[in-house]
Design a protein around this ligand. Sequence first.
Ligand SMILES: Nc1nc2c(ncn2[C@@H]2O[C@H](COP(=O)(O)OP(=O)(O)OP(=O)(O)O)[C@@H](O)[C@H]2O)c(=O)[nH]1
Ligand SMILES: [Mg+2]
Length: 425
Amino acid sequence: MASDKPHLNLAVIGHIDHGKSTTVGRMMFETGAVPAHIIEGYRKEAESKGKATFEFAWVMDNLKEERERGITIDIAHKRFDTPKFYFTVVDCPGHRDFVKNMITGASQADAAILVVAAPDGVMEQTKEHVFLARTLGITQLIIAVNKMDAVKYEEKRFNEVKKDLTDLIKMVGYKPDETLFIPVSSLAGDNIKVNSPKTPWYKGLPLIAALDTFKEPAKPTDKPLRLPIQDVYSISGIGTVPVGRVETGIMKKGMKVSFMPANKDGEIKSIEMHHEEIPQAVPGDNVGFNVRGIGKGDIRRGDVCGPVEAPPGVAEEFTAQIVVLQHPSALTVGYTPVFHCHTTQTACTFTQLLKKLDPRTGQTKEENPTFLKSGDAAIVVITPTKPMVIEPVKELPQMGRFAVRDMGSTIAAGMCISIKPKQMR
Ligand SMILES: Nc1nc2c(ncn2[C@@H]2O[C@H](COP(=O)(O)OP(=O)(O)OP(=O)(O)O)[C@@H](O)[C@H]2O)c(=O)[nH]1
Ligand SMILES: [Mg+2]
């Protein structure tokens, strides 16, 4: 059964029209997740609507507006299997107005395929997506140089694009020698499932086989327990039952735990997953658990459960690296939007702008800038308006990434570099 295989969340990113949706549709077709007659149906329909060649993209682009405009607007999730993994693939939009949707998609991913059209090469959202993917913690990347049919399958053009991409990914911190570059035509199906006779010069893996070189996301069981609370129930005959997903560490029966910032302690009496009692829960497990010593009103969504001897860190203030995606004017000291981090949503104030960085290299561009605007990357100091758990990504990546939102849109994304801990006891 597919669910016995390890699971990997895969984002497909890249500049508008470079063929992300077509690549996903093609992979779904080649792995048997979408039958041929569906593609054939889309092909006829797309042709009759003046949208010829969009048959594979339509597997992903289901919205009417997406099909009419021939672009992806919102992220779509689909599932397919390779021999090693089952993938949840998140097809991201390339249009710059929809970068916020790309962020949501990327923040859910363990790995990414960057699609770059061979005729165009590196473009604006190629750079932006690569940078965001890295900022949001995607460490594994495969690059598909697509539309090779449109450059006559020439090795020379592939090498030019590969060279530019090598420079780009090196700048943001990916290792080019550990990254696979694959010449493909997603429309024609070259180098997707099997190596194509049209690129005899290419000796590497076809795209689907390349996906199996990804490493299974590590289960960080050696870290202290962190379980951000999603909800708290009170069940008659049992007591208080918080629920949530274990991000790091192991939760065991009998363990003494602290909830922060609620600052309450208790003892784990039982743990349940899928309505069955289990002796321990590991990263990725979504569990409900009963705690002795905790009342329903003591803790809430956004609190984090950890061991009493290493409780989750509450920040008095924290230093973070952020990327500003969109802001109607300028972001200045005093601005107080909502930070989304694990299960908490907390209003936080920008209290210092320390330095502006070049988003493509990470080098300092300006010390103590007076404002930040869309596209800027920066190191800033942030003060939560009420206690919240956030921890440095170096120690606990799962607890340190956040998105900044205001008036229904994503303003920025970032990661916590260090915290000034609030003394809780
Ligand atoms: N020649 C050629 N055209 C392709 C190939 N792959 C995709 N296309 C065409 O490129 C156009 C855009 O394809 P999409 O898959 O919608 O591109 P996308 O990257 O998902 O676009 P957004 O989601 O809007 O960013 C369509 O006309 C596709 O048929 C390819 O391998 N060769
Ligand atoms: Mg698309």
